[in-house]
Design a protein around this ligand. Sequence first.
Ligand SMILES: [Zn+2]
Ligand SMILES: [Zn+2]
Length: 442
Amino acid sequence: MNRLPFALLLLPSALFAADPKPAPPPHLADVDQQIDTHADDLLKLYKHLHSHPELSLQEKESAARMAAELEKLGFAVTTKVGGHGVVGVLKNGDGPTVWYRADMDALPVTEQTGLDYASKVRTKDRSGNDVGVMHACGHDVHMTCFVGVARTLVALKKHWSGTLVLVAQPAEEIGAGARMMIEDGLFKRFPKPDFAVALHADAQLPVGQIHYSEGLAMANVDTVDLTIKGKGGHGAAPHTTVDPVVLAAQVIVDLQTIVSREVEPGEPAVVTVGSIHAGTKHNIIPNECKLQLTVRSTTDKTRDAVLKAIERKAKAHAEAARAPAPEMKVHLDEFCPLLSNDPKLTKRLVTLFGTVLGPENLIPRKPIMGGEDFSRFGSTGAPICMYFLGTIDPEKYAASKKDGGKPLPSTHNDGYAPLPGPSIKVGVRTMSLAVLDLMAKK
Ligand SMILES: [Zn+2]
Ligand SMILES: [Zn+2]
């Protein structure tokens, strides 16, 4: 064993520590003071938004509230940008243009949290079905943080300089809102972003933790309708029919081999049949069977190959069964391109958040196959970053991790219940500090 030189043993141990503790951001105390001032009111706003959720394309009241909040603060507000979109612009001297986007829509889910402010809202969805409505993706957290950040940044106006653009986006859940706003001139009617940032509530993380991906964060999303055709008839005389139900079953099983047998191992892709509908009665073989699919990919090449394989397999099975050709519709209006965070911007924000939350609470994660149309905010070439905000009560989180613990409901689940006060505090704190850093006075 080598002996350390005696002199080295006398060196103070601090010299061996990796880095000195980084300094907290310059305006942390001011930001925290704003958060304390607005905490009760923001919690009230959260509960109001939570109990008044609105489906995609129906976000009228949420949009009106976001517009009113920004107007009160002195933003130049434009409403009805691509449907119910709201844009608030605040010019505050020279400097970069920073966009902060929050989404407003809820989901057709009947809430089962049992909270005293749980949603009891029911409405008609786009197909005319009566559905419960719930903020099961945490977009109520997003809107509340949005208002909290707006108030904080207006109060701390003397500490930053540049143009702040706050965007309240509709229809994220159907992958349409960002596209609709862009088609309505979002990048032409308002100052173009130098940076665009957003946060998303996370149902699997305790409050105080943040997950992030440098680079690829989320997948391409395609929405596909597939109608398998047959020839209907009596259920007791199948030989006189071409049974689309049996044919659909064969197609569904074969679709499982696209990812497992045709896509290169290690290349992420998903083909899920989320809905199948056919027939009216036990003894009638129907004329057709309707499938609804979601397809996820992370490259153009895989996306193209998977969509072609679905069509090829459906056609081949139809031919083998002497059935009419199937009909396949890829809903390009609902396509959501993959979300890729700018690595440099992401590193900058993660380092900043680490000084406040502790670097151990900033956790990198692999890309997930969910989709988020915030990706479109990067289409001008501006660096973008979306990070994931822990929203779960730390005690509940710890209990879920114990042996035999109850797994936490994911987002889109009827039991997802963020711990609002502390989640909003971390959301407002991190996002305010992010914008202050990006727009720091020189
Ligand atoms: Zn969602
Ligand atoms: Zn969402």
